[in-house]
Design a protein around this ligand. Structure first.
Ligand SMILES: Nc1ncnc2c1ncn2[C@@H]1O[C@H](COP(=O)(O)OP(=O)(O)OP(=O)(O)O)[C@@H](O)[C@H]1O
Length: 216
């Protein structure tokens, strides 16, 4: 199974500049690929394209030949799950952690049996304002994993966290994805972090063929 972008171009409006310029990349099942680039380069835009949350202006994003999107008829969630930097914006402030996790359709016993290093049981009956930023990010990661994705796009997921919390969260995440054979695209402006967690690291500027060639 492969998550693939083939000559993907994207701009927000017909008169706007190209943000993603001819990007091609592939992430195989079980592989952790880093994507490095400076702020504003277009990494989050590419993340949304890879998760099917926006459609390329040109080119294709596929998971084994199909566009990434949920299969509503068969009640299967998107095989590509996106987790981003601001966990607090990704959860409903009025839902306790248990309800946020149950949103995936996971039964109570599966939620209760989550790796306690990822989501300690004591967090389950708290509201988002009663947990720390690092804990909230663990909840959004657990929710993405409960959706049983084939691929995870992790966009600056530890950018807000201190080094120790960051290391603990990546430790839990890598254990989970290695156990399940989930492919990961880890996006960050922090090159040493990517060198530590990824099997290989791509540079966003190198992928942007159009940055040299102009327009498609
Ligand atoms: N909804 C939008 N409408 C118009 N332009 C946008 C929109 N979202 C992002 N952009 C622009 O697209 C460009 C790339 O933004 P993007 O968020 O993808 O970069 P990034 O590499 O993820 O940056 P950062 O690391 O700072 O989050 C920026 O110039 C940004 O202003």
């Amino acid at each position: 199974m492969t998550l693939e972008a083939r000559d993907v171009w994207f701009r927000y409006g017909p008169r706007d500049p190209w943000v993603v310029r001819g990007v091609s990349l592939a992430v195989a099942a079980g592989e952790v690929v880093g994507l490095h680039g400076p702020s504003g380069a277009g990494k989050s835009t590419l993340a949304r394209l890879l998760a099917g949350m926006a459609a390329p202006s040109r080119g294709q994003v596929t998971v084994d030949g199909h566009p990434p999107r949920p299969n509503r008829r068969e009640r299967r969630p998107n095989p590509v799950q996106l987790v981003f930097q601001h966990a607090e914006l990704a959860v409903d402030p009025l839902w306790k952690v248990r309800a946020t996790l149950a949103e995936t359709g996971a039964p109570d016993e599966v939620i209760a049996a989550l790796d306690p290093e990822l989501v300690p049981p004591r967090l389950l009956d708290r509201f988002p304002h009663e947990i720390s930023g690092g804990e909230a990010q663990r909840v959004t990661l657990a929710r993405a994993l409960l959706a049983r994705p084939r691929f995870l796009v992790a966009d600056e997921i530890t950018a807000n966290l201190d080094a120790i919390t960051q290391a603990g969260l990546w430790h839990s995440l890598l254990a989970a994805v290695r156990a399940e054979g989930i492919g990961v695209l880890a996006i960050s402006h922090d090159r040493p972090l990517l060198d530590a967690v990824a099997d290989r690291v791509l540079d966003f500027a190198d992928l942007s063929r159009g940055a040299r060639a102009g327009t498609p």
